[in-house]
Design a binder for this molecule. Structure first.
Ligand code: MN
Length: 368
């Protein structure tokens, strides 16, 4: 689970201890996933001693039953967690001078408690950039989980398309999707709130779902995803309910062409910003550049948004194993919005999507 890489990094970077506090990062390294709420949950890793997971006593048994087979140390609500962490660090490691922390996660209050236990130690080093880089490259096991999440998103689209009828609210369609995911697929969590937008609501990319009712001859935009074994899916489709107008059809086809071109261009060697340009140039040439108001895509993994960012200004060269979304959109205020999105993985010579729902413009018959 890449913990050896973190230990190697500690040695190479002159650090003695890594204090991992972000539950997603802990799950990445240990396979044990938990929401600690306000309690203390940490993974403590040493350059040359056995790591341990630190968690509330009420979670110790499930941590031991998880994929994590290292030590688990618990604390009662009535005990001082920081004192117990400090005792265990001193017991294990002779050297605990240089600590690396997750600066984008550890709260100031927790940082001060930790420092209070080790007054002569340094806590200036940030382990976050190393972890971000490590997480850029997905292992075959991670890719399998991302594909599993993608299959659930494909299922969700079927439920959603089938739920469209005149007068149904966006919120009702979203609710039907979430319910069927739970009862038919055993999905515990969506990776974000299911988005369903009809007509002009779809011109606001992150709005809703609202109580707006679907009307005949509108475009309906879906953006949804699930968590599957700790990995996220994220996919968008736009369908026509009834007969699309020429203009609705045109923005759909331009977006479709841009998305397809970017999928075909995604391969090792192209940079993130070059890939963004592939889609953006097509939309701009068609006259809709000003309506494509976000980056082409974002990385995906344990988080629904992570690195790499597929955006102008990012000259990162894409490589095999990187996973991200390709999601051009066209949003015309007061009229309609279109987005088509697939996440996938860069392969040796191309890009393999995790979702497979058809992308020819789907025209759904009117239903009462
Ligand atoms: Mn997305």
């Amino acid at each position: 689970m890449n913990l050896d890489k973190l230990q190697q990094w500690l040695q190479d970077s002159g650090n003695d201890v890594a204090f991992i506090s972000n539950p997603i990062t802990i799950s990445y390294f240990t396979g044990y996933s938990m929401d600690p709420h306000e309690r203390i949950f940490a993974l403590v890793v040493f350059k040359d001693a056995e790591p341990f997971v630190f968690c509330p006593a009420l979670n110790v048994e499930e941590a031991k039953d998880s994929e994590w087979d290292g030590d688990v140390i618990g604390y009662l609500d009535s005990e001082d967690p920081w004192g117990i962490i400090a005792d265990n660090v001193r017991k294990r490691a002779k050297e605990h001078h240089n600590w690396a922390i997750e600066k984008d996660d550890l709260s100031v209050a927790h940082y001060q408690r930790l420092r209070g236990e080790f007054a002569n130690s340094s806590f200036t080093n940030d382990v976050s950039p190393f972890i971000e880089k490590l997480r850029l490259y997905k292992t075959p096991e991670e890719i399998k989980k991302l594909q599993g999440a993608g299959a659930e998103a494909d299922f969700a689209f079927k439920i959603g398309f089938d739920a469209i009828r005149t007068g149904v609210t966006e919120r009702s369609i979203a609710g039907q999707i979430d319910y069927q995911l739970k009862i038919q697929k055993g999905v515990m969590h969506e990776s974000f709130e299911t988005i369903v937008q009809a007509g002009k609501n779809a011109a606001n990319p992150h709005l809703g779902p609202t109580m707006n009712q679907v009307q005949p001859n509108e475009l309906v935009l879906f953006d949804l995803g699930t968590m599957h074994d700790g990995y996220a899916s994220d996919s968008s489709r736009t369908v026509a309910y009834g007969t699309p107008s020429d203009k609705q059809r045109e923005i759909y086809e331009v977006d479709r062409e841009a998305q397809q071109a970017a999928i075909e261009a995604a391969k090792p060697g192209i940079t993130a910003e070059e890939l963004d340009s592939v889609a953006r140039d097509i939309i701009t040439k068609a006259g809709y550049g000003e309506y494509f108001i976000h980056r082409l895509g974002h990385g995906i993994g344990k988080n629904v948004h992570e690195y790499p960012s597929i955006v102008q200004g990012n000259d990162l060269v894409l490589e095999e194993g990187m996973c991200f979304s390709i999601e051009p959109g066209i949003y015309i205020p007061g009229f309609a919005g279109v987005r088509i999105e697939d996440c996938g993985v860069v392969t040796k010579d191309g890009f393999k999507p995790f979702t497979h729902t058809d992308k020819d413009l789907k025209i759904l018959p009117l239903k009462d």
